[in-house]
Design a protein. Structure first.
Ligand SMILES: O=C(O)c1cccc(C(=O)CC[C@H]2O[C@@H](n3cnc4c(=O)[nH]cnc43)[C@H](O)[C@@H]2O)c1
Length: 227
């Protein structure tokens, strides 16, 4: 298969860069942090490489009491833009409530939520034996437990990151299959960088990407997901 793998910063991609993939054409893209960088590079990758599959990866913060602990890997079933909307006196209101779609394709409209292909997600979780669920994309990394609890109540997310929804969005716009998997570097709580383990999370997410790619049918087979 022709695969584009996107991650934000170097620590999330070093092992992938040292890996030789056989049976697949794999291009790696270090996007830089945040939604604009991710969307820009994802668009260029799709235009230039025309991948059969985009894999969005990196590290993330897991919300408390989701079953995820530091070092775990999780797969996104849906990506939600957590701060595209309006903040009113009684809280955050998303784009659907204010009637402004981010993207339209015929009759379909996308607001804050971008669902990923559930068949692909089931395939990835089956291969990796990990949790799957809602990933939240934010411009601002959450640094208080109180804010984390608000996000939990609004969106029931497994984890948060700063790029995923933008990549899912570009992939929907371009009809490109996409999977997202991330390693948990931290629990979203009152900010304490001493409790983060970026290296371990980044290593685990990259090992999962390698396992996933090695499980995929080779270029010659071209049936995806495998029956
Ligand atoms: O708070 C800090 O000073 C700080 C220090 C190092 C890294 C960060 C990040 O926010 C990393 C952002 C980077 O990693 C992803 N990520 C990892 N954990 C989280 C999180 O809890 N919330 C949001 N994003 C996270 C994200 O996708 C970025 O690419 C902060």
């Amino acid at each position: 298969m022709n695969i584009a793998v996107l991650y934000a910063v170097a620590v999330e991609g070093w092992l992938l860069n040292e890996t030789r993939f056989s049976g697949h054409s794999v291009c790696l893209y270090e996007t830089g942090m945040g939604k604009v960088n991710a969307a820009h590079v994802c668009t260029l990758a799709i235009e230039r490489q025309r991948p059969d599959l985009v894999i969005s990866t990196g590290i993330c913060g897991a919300y408390p009491d989701t079953g995820l602990v530091r070092g775990d890997v999780a797969v996104a079933r849906r990506e939600i833009y957590g701060d595209e909307g309006v903040v009113l006196a009684d809280g955050f209101v998303g784009l659907e409530e204010i009637g402004i779609a981010l993207f339209r394709d015929g009759q379909r409209e996308w607001f804050n939520v971008f669902d990923l292909d559930q068949q692909l997600v089931d395939y990835a979780t089956g291969q990796l034996g990990c949790l799957s669920g809602t990933f939240l994309t934010l411009s601002t990394c959450t640094g208080t437990l109180a804010r984390a609890m608000q996000y939990k109540e609004m969106f029931a997310p497994l984890c948060e990151n700063m790029e995923g929804a933008a990549i899912a969005h570009v992939c929907v716009m371009t009809h490109t299959p996409v999977l997202e998997l991330r390693g948990v570097s931290n629990i979203v709580q009152d900010r304490d960088l001493g409790t983060w383990d970026i290296k371990e999370a980044a290593k685990n997410s990259q090992q999962a990407v390698i396992r996933l790619i090695n499980s995929l049918p080779s270029e010659a087979t071209r049936q995806f997901p495998p029956a």
